[in-house]
Design a protein around this ligand. Structure first.
Ligand SMILES: Cc1cc2nc3c(=O)[nH]c(=O)nc-3n(C[C@H](O)[C@H](O)[C@H](O)COP(=O)(O)OP(=O)(O)OC[C@H]3O[C@@H](n4cnc5c(N)ncnc54)[C@H](O)[C@@H]3O)c2cc1C
Length: 335
């Protein structure tokens, strides 16, 4: 979870943080390599189950009722109350928030987020001797160029390394081989692997509906995914924070739908996500550029860390490109 996501919360996540990262080891096509550090942490490593259960506890303390393990299988939304079939019963409400991730049943059954751009990821938990884990304790590994428009990573956890690969959907069939090759490059091909899991990533494109009547989507369900970094928690929290006042206004009768919410997402989040998508496209065209700039340019490295820390936005960085801004925008056309 990057610092910029942490900053959105009004409570600490320290109880579930396993590692604090302020360094990265960057490689290009699984060769070379250099280490860069920042004077402050830019990301925090957690185990998702622990983070999710911690957040659920916070929600319960704030008055939410959690029906853990209950799968929503059907959604009916028309002019009256919204009906959801869950755990063999039908639950009714005035508003339905689809926060059900990338394979959102809510989006699917209400016809929202149709035609999102799809990416894929594959990640393993890799267990190794403490001596191998130790050098990674404050360092993330990032490999560029092997996957054009994507990357491979090593994220250090307390007892293992999360090692993965992500990119456009067309890379799907090659992901397992690439993950094996990366593990080999890292000297971990004999290490114990657990929980190798594939994931979908979905990105909203301009104009795709994320609300209709009493239903709205947040986070991955709304396709609010940074395709450049693969980061989604920041945008999930941001969209939830935009949804909250919109829901309050709706329940008070001040509004009759969530078009205002969609407009807020369009104005506040989509321009950032679009810049991230442009960076991905540039990564496809010039696979060595990110690596070279991170290596040679203090400004680029610092700006990247500052974006992850919410000290700058992508928009700020784009604004400092001078005459290159024109070319950058040209590269992003149609994204
Ligand atoms: C391999 C990988 C690594 C990633 N690493 C990072 C990272 O380091 N930092 C980062 O910011 N982002 C990362 N992301 C992205 C991040 O995981 C998501 O963007 C983020 O979790 C989105 O939050 P969400 O709440 O919208 O969805 P989710 O976290 O997916 O939560 C959706 C919830 O809905 C539940 N659900 C789904 N369907 C139903 C149903 N039918 N009924 C009831 N419940 C349902 C699920 O069980 C889940 O609890 C990564 C993604 C992948 C694939």
């Amino acid at each position: 979870m990057n610092e910029r996501a942490v900053r959105l919360l009004d409570f600490p996540i320290t109880p579930v943080v396993q590692r604090t990262v302020d360094r990265a080891w960057l490689t290009y096509k699984m060769s070379g390599g250099f280490v860069r550090s920042f004077h402050q942490p830019f990301t925090y490593m957690t185990m998702r189950e622990r983070l999710d259960s911690y957040l659920a506890q916070r929600a319960v303390s704030a008055g939410a009722e959690v029906m853990d393990g209950s799968r929503v299988v059907r959604v009916e939304a028309g002019n009256g109350p919204v009906r959801v079939s869950v755990a063999g019963e039908t639950v009714e409400g005035r508003v339905l928030v689809g926060a059900d991730g990338v394979n959102s049943v809510v989006a699917h059954q209400t016809g929202l987020l149709r035609g999102a751009e799809v990416g894929v990821g594959l990640e393993s938990e890799v267990y190794a001797a403490p001596g191998i884990l130790e050098p990674w304790k404050d360092t993330a590994g990032l490999d560029f160029g092997t996957i054009r428009g994507g990357y491979m990573w090593v994220f250090p956890k307390e007892e293992h390394l999360s090692i993965g690969v992500a990119g456009f959907a067309r890379w799907g069939p090659r992901m397992r081989g690439l993950l094996d090759a990366y593990l080999g490059f890292l000297g971990l091909d004999g290490a114990e692997r657990r929980l190798t899991r594939g994931h979908r990533l979905a990105r909203r494109k301009k104009g795709m509906a994320i609300q209709s009547g009493p239903v709205l989507l947040v986070g991955d369900a709304a396709g609010l995914m940074d395709f450049w970094t693969g980061e989604g928690i920041y945008y999930a929290v941001k969209s939830a924070q935009a949804a909250a006042p919109a829901i309050a206004a709706y329940l008070e009768g001040a509004t009759t739908d969530f078009t205002g919410y969609e407009e807020t997402i369009d104005a506040d989040l989509m321009p950032e996500l679009r810049i991230a998508r442009t960076l991905t496209r540039i990564g496809v065209w010039f696979p060595k550029l990110t690596y070279t700039l991170m290596k040679r340019s203090d400004w680029v490295w610092t700006a990247g860390c500052q974006v992850l820390r919410a000290e700058k936005t992508y928009h700020d960085v784009r604004g400092r490109m001078g005459p290159l801004t024109f070319l950058f925008d040209l590269a992003g056309r149609g994204t």
